[in-house]
Design a protein around this ligand. Structure first.
Ligand code: BES
Ligand code: ZN
Length: 460
């Protein structure tokens, strides 16, 4: 194993250059104009896998291609599936980037570019670890399957269709994902829970056209005002969501979990600074770490109505729209929560306007026991790779496909993040820390023997 670790240390600069190549593809799944870039990006990753001797297929789908690549088969050995996504969030607003999002550049120990941390750098680190095994003749103790998709940032529709049709090809003992964060380089962690998500679009229609606000103001409802008032009723000033039955299925945090989360060595003030907010706001009775990982939310992601151009325009807009997402926690069920929210909005909407609600994507929350042998093996590999003991953390973000891995493959997922809290995922100036990249690769070298041994000891 040391030979593989030495190889990674020697090849560090070239592996950073490889990541730069990967990041140069503007693989923005949300924007149809980038469809060709998305396909080229999938092909780039597939070619890397092929060059290393992995049996690789790029599957066309109803949407963006899915890449599956397997290491040379070792009969009788366990199989682990490494999941990642090559699609990225839209880079806008461009003017807030110090250097262009798809022209990756190193400053200090950070590589800046859209997709560096979310998620190209993190799953490429796994492939690089496999390269280190294969190129140094170090025998891999298990079979690995890379499953890398191109629609994670827009709800993984194609992968939901793909999984049940490729059960046998993707059969595995466990899934490993590095698409999440750790509290710090000196505080790596194993993540045992993710929040789920449910997306909605709410539209309020009023007058048949924009009306002169002088001639008509005061006689008909203003849809923008009606929408604001309606949404304003969804949360109280204690940070609690007021939708009846919203919290019915929320699993409370155990004292053990609260104690684990409390070990994360960052203060509320540091966290506030990270957000750039004047003051923190969250549900009363919970720490910010609990609020952001183990409590559900009701977020407005976008709000549109009326005139947004220069100067003023005195109108009553004829419609108003809001894009909403709810972050859900174990054991909330997206469809049930959406039904509760829809019913509440409909109950509260005044008869002076018309309300239309559309559902978007959804994903279940995820929770895995951190006590099992595989989780313990992962904790050890994380400590070896990062050189510091691993904490247990929950994460606030969502990777909806994780629960489908359980359903269709019968496999639990271990989440081993490499992203740092200030990596700016989804924000301008996204970056990936090159020390996290290196530590992540070392972790991935240690991981496979650790997991293989853990399974063997369970079977013995
Ligand atoms: N990598 C994130 C998810 C994530 C981030 C998990 C941080 C844990 C910690 C992923 O790429 C992502 O952004 N997912 C979306 C899913 C959504 C579009 C369905 C999210 O969480 O908003
Ligand atoms: Zn993301």
């Amino acid at each position: 194993m040391q030979t593989a670790l030495d190889y990674l240390a020697r090849e560090q600069d070239r592996l950073t250059a490889d990541l730069c190549q990967y990041v140069r593809f503007p693989s923005v799944s949300a924007q149809p104009a980038h469809a060709a870039d998305v396909r080229a990006c999938a092909d780039w990753f597939a070619r890397r896998c092929q060059e290393l001797g992995l049996a690789t297929t790029v599957y066309p789908t109803s949407g963006n291609p899915i890449v599956v690549a397997r290491t040379p088969t070792i009969a009788g050995a366990p199989t682990f599936l490494v999941y990642g996504h090559y699609d990225v969030q839209p880079p806008e607003p461009f003017e807030l980037w110090t250097t262009p999002p798809f022209d990756p550049q190193v400053r200090g120990r950070s590589l800046f570019g859209r997709g560096t941390t979310d998620n190209k750098g993190q799953h490429l680190a796994h492939l690089n670890a496999v390269e280190a095994y294969l190129r140094t003749g170090t025998p891999l103790p298990c079979n690995l399957v890379f499953l890398v998709e191109g629609e994670e940032e827009i709800g993984s529709k194609a992968l939901y269709e793909f999984l049940p049709l490729h059960r046998e090809e993707l059969a595995c003992n466990a899934v490993i994902i590095s698409d999440n964060g750790i509290p710090g380089l000196e505080h790596p962690s194993l993540t045992y829970a993710l929040r789920g998500i449910a997306a909605l679009e709410v539209r309020i229609d009023g007058p048949s056209r924009d009306l002169h606000s002088g001639l008509f103001g005061g006689t008909v409802e203003n849809p923008a005002m009606a929408l604001c008032q309606l949404l304003g009723k969804m949360r109280d000033d204690q940070g609690r969501i007021t939708v009846p039955n919203y919290y019915d299925d929320v699993a409370p945090l155990s004292e053990y979990e609260r104690a684990q989360l409390a070990r994360i060595p960052s203060t509320a003030e540091e966290y506030r600074t990270l957000t750039g907010s004047p003051q923190l706001f969250g549900e009363v009775g919970y720490t910010y770490e609990e609020q952001r990982t183990a409590r559900p939310t009701f977020e407005i992601n976008g709000l549109t109505s009326g005139y947004q151009g220069e100067g003023s325009k005195t109108i009553i807009p004829s419609w108003a729209k809001a894009k909403l997402t709810l972050r859900l926690v174990p054991n909330q069920v997206p469809s049930k929560v959406i039904a509760a929210v829809k019913a509440h909005l409909e109950r509260l909407c005044p008869p002076t306007v018309r309300l239309t609600i559309q559902h978007g994507h959804g994903g279940e929350p995820y929770l895995v026991s951190p006590d099992g042998p595989l989780a313990q093996a992962a904790l050890a590999a994380i400590a070896e790779g990062f050189g510091h003991p691993a904490l247990l953390t929950r994460e606030g973000g969502s990777i909806p496909i994780v629960s489908a891995f359980k359903t269709h493959l019968g496999a639990e997922t271990l989440l081993i993040g490499m992203a740092l809290p200030d990596d700016n995922a989804h924000s301008p100036n996204e970056k990936f820390d090159l020390d996290a990249y290196a530590a992540g690769m070392r972790m991935a070298v240690h991981l496979w023997p650790r997991l293989t041994d853990a399974l063997a000891s369970v079977r013995a």
